[in-house]
Design a protein around this ligand. Structure first.
Ligand SMILES: O=C(O)CCC(=O)C(=O)O
Ligand SMILES: [Fe+2]
Length: 271
């Protein structure tokens, strides 16, 4: 485990208590993370992780060996080929719907959109581009991610539906959490374009050299748990700590989404 200053408050609330004010606290950096701890039912978490453990994975990224995407296209992997993206998005929606039906569990994305619609004063939706729906709600297992940021206006400028957002969050819904490791660490520092010199060009698209933190390690360390929804800001540097080989008890299975705030104050979901 790295030496960091885990001094940024994280709020942990229940579904019936979460409100718009909490999202505003997150936006204004008053808190470094918002946990909704009873977000997804335990029984459904078990069903989902059992399935994810036994079924073959759809695709993986051998280059970094840190991420295994199980179900669902991810914008980061395919942002420059819209036709291929939409082909895979359509398939992802279909595959996910079938899986949810087969396992007879609630759809975590639908649940998230329902909850956010209830607490947010403007529209909450999945964006379309040229009349076609983006995909949201990857199911995946990861073991560690390098320090990075996710900021669509910079990374995906060609996607009109994302390029004008004013804020971006990650919403990770945990089906299963490892006993040791797998912490999400969000540093209290936002990316600026000048930081691009720290980007690992040779290793993968997302990672930055740790020197980008310039020795400042104030952060929120969030150890997700089964059934939790964890909301964090993604323009802040963040990383996921790996599980040590010898200690792997439980996997980090999440349903991962981005939530953007648009100019007209809507919230949009994609992956
Ligand atoms: O799984 C998480 O908690 C965050 C992962 C992440 O940073 C990402 O997918 O961009
Ligand atoms: Fe990220």
């Amino acid at each position: 485990m790295l030496a960091v200053n885990n001094n940024w408050e994280v709020l942990n609330v229940t579904k019936d208590k979460v409100n718009q004010e909490h999202l505003i606290q997150l936006e204004s950096e008053k808190i470094g993370g918002l946990i909704i701890r009873d977000f997804y039912p335990r029984k459904a978490c078990i069903e989902m992780s059992q399935y994810l453990l036994t079924e073959p994975f759809d695709s993986k990224k051998p280059a970094d060996n840190v991420e295994i995407f199980f179900l669902g296209v991810n914008m980061t992997d395919i942002s420059d080929d819209k036709e291929e993206y939409f082909r895979l998005a359509e398939k992802s929606w279909k595959d996910r719907k079938e899986l949810i039906k087969r396992l007879n569990v609630p759809d975590p994305v639908q649940q998230a959109i329902k909850l956010f619609s209830k607490i947010w004063s403007a529209e909450v939706k999945i964006p379309e581009e040229d009349g076609r729906l983006l995909f949201c709600g990857n199911f995946r297992r990861i073991n560690g991610i390098d320090i990075h940021m996710d900021w669509a206006p910079f990374l995906f400028p060609q996607w009109n539906s994302l390029s004008s957002i004013s804020e971006q969050y990650a919403l990770n819904i945990f089906f299963q959490a490892p006993e040791v490791g797998g912490e999400l660490v969000v540093y209290k520092q936002t990316w600026t374009e000048d930081d691009e010199i720290f980007r690992y060009k040779e290793r993968n698209l997302v990672g930055f050299n740790r020197a980008v933190l310039r020795g400042k390690t104030d952060c929120a360390v969030i150890k997700g748990q089964e059934g939790w929804a964890v909301l964090t800001k993604t323009r802040h540097y963040h990383e996921v700590w790996p599980q040590e080989e010898a200690e792997i008890i439980g996997h980090r299975f999440v349903c991962s989404n981005f939530v953007g705030k648009t100019q007209d104050n809507s919230l949009i979901f994609w992956s």
